[in-house]
Design a binder for this molecule. Structure first.
Ligand code: PLP
Length: 381
């Protein structure tokens, strides 16, 4: 028996939890985080061309083969015309469209499915605004495991088609991801399937973390001034933040500047985190009637609200919103300035960044990394 190199503790109250069948903290109901001993800079990263290059920081047992489709190691593309348009000194796009199933959700599913397979679950179930379902369908197929996906009927057609194409059982629902979440949990209780919803189990965010490792390594083991992330459930943002904490603990990045300023970008039609942050609250109220065509951002009550709001406060962050029109406009600008097939979520990120610069919340000499979290192709019916 190999012992795990990580333990689980609550992200809010630090109560330890058992590794087996982990979900939320038994004491306070908040998300669990994996914790590791610091990884020293003398440690070798793995010579492989996927996110498991960062295996020493990951929940992987000694000698265990992860469930992988070559996720991660996405390009970081600098674009001076966009930096000028937004009004900052330097700007890079981290293009997450170049993952299996065309979004960063692949990273989380690679990590979570690896652990679920090792635990011997009979299947996997996820509620999704779209991309998480496509990613789980793919990683379930790669692991030889059954998958059930609950997705809103309004999810963009190419994403639903991908879920079907990977042989998952797709349940189309009336409503949003919050409604899908209730159905997925009920099904997990009945079937014994592993429920992989955002931050409800501790391993998806471990895959998201690799976006932070890569960004730091691609910049020569340093951290930009600002990171902009289009935020729904919060796993991407929290993952990057967690990665930088772990890099700093091991000495991989300079201790005097561990965290960037985070800009959480939301759609004006669904902005529970931006609203809570503006009100100075430490948790978010559910958003009634969430509407946006950037479907990854249509998350009315994110479970990661407290962690996200803490990250924003601790980093002098900014949480802003973009209208549907501004999202369309900046998605087009992003694509035409870079050649990246930008997702509307990426456009939302740029729009919110631009507003934050105009408002003087982000310095005009800042170096900024913006995540393009998905692909424009996923939205073209
Ligand atoms: C899921 C998703 C998001 C939101 O990410 P969170 O980790 O839930 O905050 C943003 N963009 C796209 C394309 C997504 O699929």
């Amino acid at each position: 028996m190999t012992t795990a190199s990580w333990t689980l503790r609550c992200s809010a109250c630090d109560t330890p939890a058992a590794l087996e069948r982990a979900s939320l903290c038994g004491a306070c109901g908040q998300p669990l985080f994996a914790r590791y001993a610091p990884v020293a800079t003398t440690t070798e990263l793995r010579p492989r061309w996927d996110m498991w290059r960062y295996a020493p920081f990951m929940p992987l047992l000694e000698g265990e083969a992860p469930v992988t489709l070559g996720e991660g190691l996405t390009p970081l593309i600098e674009c001076q015309p966009l930096a000028d348009a937004v009004g900052v000194r330097r700007l890079w796009i981290k293009d997450e469209a170049q993952n299996p199933t065309a979004s960063f959700k692949a990273r989380g599913m690679s990590a979570a499915v690896t652990r679920a397979r090792a635990e011997g679950f009979p299947g996997l179930v996820v509620p999704t605004a779209g991309n998480a379902g496509a990613a789980l369908a793919a990683y379930g197929a790669a692991a030889g495991m059954k998958v059930r996906v609950y997705a809103p009927r309004t999810t963009p057609r190419p994403i639903l088609d991908t879920i079907d194409a990977m042989g998952a059982e797709l349940i189309r629902i009336d409503g949003h991801i919050g409604d899908a979440g209730k159905l997925a949990l009920a099904y997990a209780a009945e079937s014994g399937y592993f429920a992989i919803s955002t931050l409800r189990e501790p391993y998806r965010v471990e895959g998201m973390k690799t976006m932070g490792f890569e960004m730091a390594e691609q910049l020569g083991w340093r951290v930009p001034d600002v990171v902009v992330y289009p935020t729904g459930g919060g796993e991407g943002t929290v993952g990057i933040w967690k990665a930088l904490q772990e890099l700093a603990a091991g000495g991989w990045i300079p201790a005097d500047r561990v965290q960037p300023q985070y800009v959480v970008a939301q759609a004006a039609g669904c902005a529970p985190i931006a609203r809570a942050f503006a009100a100075g609250a430490d948790r978010a109220e559910p958003w009634v009637d969430p509407v946006t065509y950037a479907s990854g951002l249509r998350v009315p009550s994110p479970l990661g609200d407290r962690v996200l709001l803490r990250v924003l406060r601790d980093t002098q962050g900014v949480a802003g919103t973009a209208t549907e029109e501004a999202i369309r406009d900046w998605t087009f600008r992003l694509a035409t300035a870079t050649g990246i097939d930008a997702a509307p979520e990426g456009g939302c990120a740029l729009s919110v960044l631009r507003d934050a610069v105009v408002a003087g919340r982000i310095a005009s000499d800042a170096e900024v990394v913006v995540y393009n979290t998905g692909s424009g192709a996923s939205y073209r019916a």
